[in-house]
Design a protein around this ligand. Structure first.
Ligand code: GFB
Length: 325
């Protein structure tokens, strides 16, 4: 008689977003996995009752919590209420209902902005809650810190195995290319592309160009997420502590916004001038992750910035009709 494989039912919350869709790509060919997804019209993650009913009915074994309200520096600064409210509610709804319906494994995705504005560089996991946050994204950061603490609390009180990963600035396919509300990479990719098409002499980049950022290609982030989720409990616990259970995910390499913009111009083929608008905010001066914990756990990134930008630009060219008016 043929042996049937017992499949793990994995709920990827936020599967239409940049990170969630990359996690689905990572997991979709696994013979032992059945991916469960729900789009916004099928399940409103802000609705506590609906989320609870979903977990009550679906027999979920693992959750990747990649659903979030996200945006770049301008969006965080302009819509702080949405950023704190929606993220807190989604985290509470999903983490609490997962626990209530006996889901033992969950991976929560946070952000490098949980660390203090002037944290020592590179920022290690232990920098959490040691100083004042950056003001443009403080509400979002507080919600993400709450997510880490939710996971830690259910682990402490109920013996759950809820883990957290803190990605550095991410980019790649399925990113949001909105001109104002997006992060710097999709914003500049679109701006440089449109300037090239229009034959413009210059492109404006926000801020002074001096802030330093570390960028990670989204498929690397998805691979790291699955890697951390699948570590056995002994290995994971040996590398973390009950109250410091989050793990940084990044490359350990950063560059200035000016350098990134120059690489972007090369990738897109824009030959005009790059000018800086210093009336726009710079945000945190530097955000470089200490990735030694993840490296000790056997993971390293694969895709360098220029290669990742080229892949993303290919995707942008193939899909721009869907998001450009
Ligand atoms: O990507 P970004 O919004 O993320 O901005 P943050 C990074 C840097 O790029 C800032 C500059 O110094 C911006 O001033 N920049 C230059 C631009 N031109 C542009 C542009 O056209 N658009 C954008 N968006 N930036 C976000 C947080 O901060 O990082 C979020 O607000 C989240 O909470 C995310 O944590 C990863 O690194 O400044």
């Amino acid at each position: 008689m043929e042996e049937s494989i017992v499949k793990k039912r994995i709920f990827v919350a936020g599967h239409k977003g940049m990170v969630g869709s990359a996690i689905v790509r990572q997991l979709k060919n696994r013979a032992d996995v059945e991916i469960v997804t729900r789009d916004r019209t099928e399940l409103d993650l802000l609705d506590q009752k609906a989320v609870d009913t979903f977990f009550a009915n679906e027999n979920i074994d693992e959750v990747y919590l990649a659903a979030a309200k996200v945006g770049g520096i301008h969006a965080n600064n302009t819509y702080p209420a949405e950023f704190i409210y929606q993220n807190l509610i989604m985290e509470c709804n999903i983490i609490h209902s997962a626990h209530k319906h006996d889901v033992q494994h969950l991976l929560f995705l946070g952000s490098s902005c949980i660390y203090p504005k002037l944290a020592e560089q590179p920022m290690s996991e232990s920098a959490l809650l040691t100083g004042v946050l950056e003001s443009t994204n403080e509400p979002y950061a507080i919600a993400k810190i709450a997510g880490i603490k939710l996971c830690e609390s259910y682990n402490r009180q109920y013996g759950r195995d809820y883990r957290s990963v803190m990605p550095t600035n991410l980019y790649g396919e399925n990113d949001n290319f909105h001109p104002e509300n997006s992060h710097v990479i999709p914003a500049l990719m679109r701006r440089f592309h449109e300037a090239k098409e229009a034959g413009d002499a210059e492109v404006v980049v926000w801020g002074t160009g001096t802030p330093m950022r570390e960028f990670l290609y989204v498929d690397d982030m998805a691979a790291a997420s699955v890697h951390v989720m699948e570590l056995d409990s002994e290995t994971y616990q040996a590398n973390t502590q009950p109250m410091l259970s989050h793990i940084n995910v990044g490359t350990g390499v950063d560059c200035t916004i000016r350098e990134m913009a120059e690489t972007m111009a090369k990738v897109v083929g824009f030959e005009g001038e790059v000018v800086f608008d210093s009336t726009k905010p710079d945000g945190t001066p530097r955000k470089l992750m200490d990735v030694s914990r993840l490296s000790d756990l056997g993971w390293r990134y694969q895709v360098d910035l220029e290669v990742g930008l080229r892949k993303t630009y290919q995707w942008f060219l193939a899909n721009q009709d869907n998001f450009r008016k």
